[in-house]
Ligand binder design. Structure first.
Ligand code: MF3
Ligand code: CO
Ligand code: CO
Length: 274
């Protein structure tokens, strides 16, 4: 098996999918406040995808081998939840930090996968710092993307920055190729050594979605078959973008009016698409 090179038609379809995925995050942003349940955010996003956009939530009933069907139209991962949190009757409260991860499928069958962190009210200094460093990690990884670079360059940049700040990188979950298939080759590890791994070529599309823990990197799986928490109950954060390898660098596909700008740590020249 190898990494698919997208056709111009695929790339056009993935630009649309990426924008629509990001626009669902924009739409729910004003509702992500203390007092709301994660289930209500799920309901609002579901209605928006299906009735306004005409997209389908990719996560709903998603059931890879060995997993029960996922019961949500998005993932809500609060505080020590690393990823795949199931929306439900949990009420968000002042000080919580939550990752919301949304994947749409467009009418043409393309996937738009992205996530952002939301801080509720006045979170701790540690929660803010973790979300910020994780955002920098994602962008430092993105800024490595260009033809001839290797997957290990991305992982190394992310791992170095996380560990330099006293945090740890989750090993069990990674970024992934994406297109008409939700999860395809390659696996984009968020740790590694420079100069190792597959060489990037124009037309590849994959996500970069580091999960960074404030404490130790080990995970715990919950009995619901999906929810993943930190073993030591420390906070965890994640951000996700979908990236196209261009002839000269990268293009972030999951962009919308509400996409946060790149962090100062990434040089402006590096952040210009293509
Ligand atoms: N959106 C997640 C990712 O970034 C996958 C969620 S699968 C689910 O790959 F079933 F948990 F929703
Ligand atoms: Co995602
Ligand atoms: Co993803």
């Amino acid at each position: 098996m190898s990494i698919s090179i997208k056709t111009p038609e695929d790339i056009a379809g993935m630009r649309i999918a990426g924008r629509l995925g990001a626009e669902v995050l924009d739409y729910i942003t004003p509702f992500v406040k203390a007092g709301v349940t994660t289930g209500e955010i799920n309901r609002l996003a579901h209605e928006y995808m299906v009735n306004v956009q005409g997209t389908v939530p990719a996560t709903l009933n998603y059931a890879p081998p060995g997993y029960p069907p996922f019961p949500g139209s998005l993932c809500t991962s609060v505080n020590d939840v690393i990823c795949h949190g199931i929306p439900g009757d949990k009420v968000l409260k002042n000080g919580d930090s939550v990752n919301i991860d949304i994947t749409v499928i467009t009418k043409d069958g393309y996937h738009g996968d992205n996530s952002r962190m939301f801080l509720i009210g006045e979170p701790s200094v540690q929660a803010r710092r973790l979300a910020e460093v994780t955002y920098e990690c994602m962008w430092l990884g993105i800024s490595k993307v260009r033809p001839g670079a290797r997957l290990g360059d991305i992982g190394h940049a992310i791992q170095q920055h996380a560990e330099k700040n006293g945090f740890s990188v989750v090993r069990e979950f990674c970024g992934h190729g994406i297109g008409k298939v939700f999860h395809e080759e390659p696996q984009v590890l968020h740790y590694g050594r420079p100069g190792t791994g597959e060489e990037l070529q124009p037309g590849m599309i994959f996500t970069i979605e580091p999960m960074i823990n404030a404490g130790r990197r080990e995970i715990r799986e919950m009995p619901d078959g999906w929810t993943i928490k930190t073993r030591d109950r420390s906070l965890s954060a994640q951000w996700e973008h979908m990236i196209l390898v261009t002839e000269t660098g990268y293009e972030v596909l999951t962009t919308s009016a509400g996409t946060p700008p790149p962090p100062a740590i990434v040089q402006p020249k590096d952040s210009v698409a293509a």
